[in-house]
Design a protein around this ligand. Sequence first.
Ligand SMILES: O=C(O)CCC(=O)C(=O)O
Length: 276
Amino acid sequence: MNNHPWNNSFEWRNHTATSGVLSQAQIDQFDQDGYVVVNDIFSLDELRDLVAITDAADAEAVAVLAAQPNERIAISEKGAITFAGQLASKIPEIRRFVKNPTIMGACRDLVGPDVRMYHDQTVYKQIEKPRRFPWHQDNGYLFVTQQHYLTCWISLNGATIENGCPQVVTGLHKQGTMSHYFVPTLGYECFENPPKTPIIAEVKAGGAVFFSSLTPHLTGPNTSNGVRKAYIVQYAQSDAVVMEGNANDGDPTGSHSISSEPRGLPVLQNGQICAD
Ligand SMILES: O=C(O)CCC(=O)C(=O)O
């Protein structure tokens, strides 16, 4: 395991519970292991409304995939794993879920007082072509500084080992971003075999796995008889910067602030939840 070429120095900073949403024990687990599971974030009514939005977005994505050669666009493939991105920028009704008070409390504690939703997408693991989503850190896809940001992996219908819940390797987030290579059709990978036994992070419908953009995670094949549904929302410090270029070709060719990206959304300012 090598460092990402642009990860020249990194120091993990521990966090303090101030929001009253997460306990210090949960924050300590996040700092030590790189993840924490929080159940009961959304009520049944909220979940029903959220899933209505995400199901429609997935259906639209699947229809687009069905018209492609091999029914695939990049790593999104009909019958295997389907992605629908940038819902918050297009669908105002989903923003109340993105700014859920429990999630905002976690953001305050684990990101800071000024936070922008950086990226959101649904990820539906279909059953026809079961496959893994490779071991990776989210910061291995696009290199962001500060390297640590927060991924909130919301389970829409319950995530188990059988249907492909997240698995994490603990401790490695403290080293910063690792180098990744691309596995055709599957995605970026930082290692094929984890250096230590992974933790299985099962989570109930309406709960979430919070992990760092630096936490290596994978989801296994969906071997159940139903689609596994997740809505993934990522939150970064408002002044975070995306480095541009290909890390294998040398130094970054440029950079831009996440606040210039139309897909994002300010969610916290001075610790207060932003209005739409
Ligand atoms: O939800 C999944 O199956 C994997 C998605 C994932 O890890 C990601 O988008 O970074």
